[in-house]
Design a protein around this ligand. Structure first.
Ligand code: 1GP
Length: 257
C-alpha cells in the first residue's frame, strides 16, 4: 500500500534508536465493523505504530474489508499476523511469516510455509521471517491447542533465550514471545530481559497485557514492540495508557525542543 514503506527496516531502525512501539491486534473475524472503526480512529488519534491483523479461526474472509477500514481512518501500517494461510491479503503492508519455534510440529516449522509460498509470492507482500515462541501464560492457548505444540515454561528463560538465539542463527528477523491471547500471565519481564540481551533482533512481546503499568514493565525489560488485543476489545480507552507507557521511553535525542 505504501510503496516506500519497509516494516522490518522500520523496526530495526527503531530498535537502534531505542524507540518503543505499540501494535493493536484486531481479529478480522471477531470484531464488529463499528467497534473496529472506533478502535482504528482512536489508534490514529493517539498514534499507535502498527495494526496487527489475524486470528486463529476464519469463518468468513473479512481481512480485505478490515484493511480498507484501516486505510479509511488512519495511516497506520497493517501487518498480517496470520492464524492461517487464508489470511494472506495483498492490500496489507507486510506479513509475519511465523515459525512456531517453541514447538516441534513440522507443519508449523516448514509444512504450511511450503503450501503458502506461491500465494505469498504473488501477493507482493513484504515478508518478515518471525520466530514465534509460545510461553506458558497460565491457560491453554488456542494457538498451542490448534498447532498441537507445547509451550515453553514461563520460568525457563534459558530455554527461551537459546530458542531465540537459534532462530537468529537460522536467519529469522524478528523474535516474538507470545503468552497467548487472553493469557492470565503475560510473558515474564525476566524472560523478556534475558531474551533481549541474548539476541540483537527486534523483540516483540504479546499476550495478556491489560494495563499501562504492565506495558511499562515489559518495555523496560527490553521489549521493542508490544502487541495488545483482547484488553482493547473490552476497553478501547486503555490505549491511551499504553501509548503513555510507550512514550515515556521516547529517546531524548529524538525529542524536538
Ligand atoms: C498478541 O496474542 C496476543 O501477541 C494478543 O493477546 O489478546 O491477550 O492482548 P491479547
Amino acid at each position: 500500500m505504501y510503496p516506500d514503506l519497509n516494516i522490518l527496516s522500520d523496526l530495526d531502525q527503531r530498535k537502534r534508536a531505542g524507540r518503543k512501539s505499540l501494535a493493536v491486534l484486531i481479529d478480522p473475524d471477531s470484531q464488529k465493523s463499528q467497534k473496529a472503526e472506533e478502535l482504528i480512529s482512536l489508534a490514529a488519534e493517539v498514534q499507535v505504530d502498527y495494526f496487527f491483523l489475524g486470528g486463529s479461526l476464519v469463518s468468513e474472509d473479512r481481512m480485505g474489508a478490515l484493511i480498507a477500514l484501516i486505510r479509511k481512518h488512519s495511516n497506520i501500517p497493517a501487518v498480517i499476523f496470520p492464524g492461517s494461510a487464508y489470511q494472506i491479503h495483498p492490500s496489507a503492508d507486510a506479513f509475519l511469516l511465523l515459525s512456531l519455534a517453541s514447538g516441534r510440529n513440522p507443519d508449523y516449522l516448514i509444512g504450511r510455509h511450503v503450501e503458502a509460498a506461491p500465494l505469498l509470492r504473488t501477493s507482493g507482500l513484504e515478508i518478515i521471517p518471525t520466530a514465534y515462541i509460545l510461553v506458558d501464560g497460565g491457560r491453554q492457548s488456542s494457538t498451542a491447542y490448534l498447532t498441537q505444540t507445547q509451550v515453553l515454561p514461563s520460568d525457563r528463560e534459558d530455554l527461551a533465550a537459546a530458542t531465540a538465539l537459534a532462530c537468529q542463527q537460522l536467519g529469522m528477523r524478528l523474535i516474538y514471545l507470545e503468552a497467548g491471547s487472553g493469557a492470565v500471565h503475560p510473558v515474564p519481564e525476566k524472560m523478556t530481559t534475558v531474551v533481549g540481551k541474548t539476541v540483537r533482533l527486534p523483540l516483540v512481546v504479546g499476550g495478556g497485557i491489560r494495563s499501562g503499568d504492565r506495558a511499562y514493565g515489559l518495555f523496560q525489560a527490553g521489549a521493542d514492540l508490544l502487541v495488545v488485543g483482547n484488553a482493547l476489545e473490552n476497553d478501547p480507552q486503555l490505549l491511551r495508557e499504553l501509548v503513555q507507557s510507550r512514550d515515556s521511553f521516547y529517546p531524548e535525542t529524538l525529542r524536538s525542543s
